[in-house]
Design a protein around this ligand. Sequence first.
Ligand SMILES: [Zn+2]
Length: 96
Amino acid sequence: MPNCKQCGASIIFIKTVNGMSMPCDAQITAYRYQHKANRKIVTPEGRVLPCVLDGQFLPSMGYVPHWATCPRAGDFKRPAPDMEQITMPEVHYDKT
Ligand SMILES: [Zn+2]
């Protein structure tokens, strides 16, 4: 099993439906699909879905992208191009 080059955690590479390999935490995790949720889950089929991991009513199992949990995630390249439905709102503040 591969390890994260940044923190040494066990990770698993899942090939997504877009053909990219997504590094995920090796431990499969229960999730609940929720449209526009902040967290992302990668299903065993390689679909990247918005989800919540709130411990309540979690009928589905999938893998958490490792960049979401890695303590050194800041060293990761931005994974955004592979995401489905990702929207990162850009907020601009006027300094006046
Ligand atoms: Zn890591």
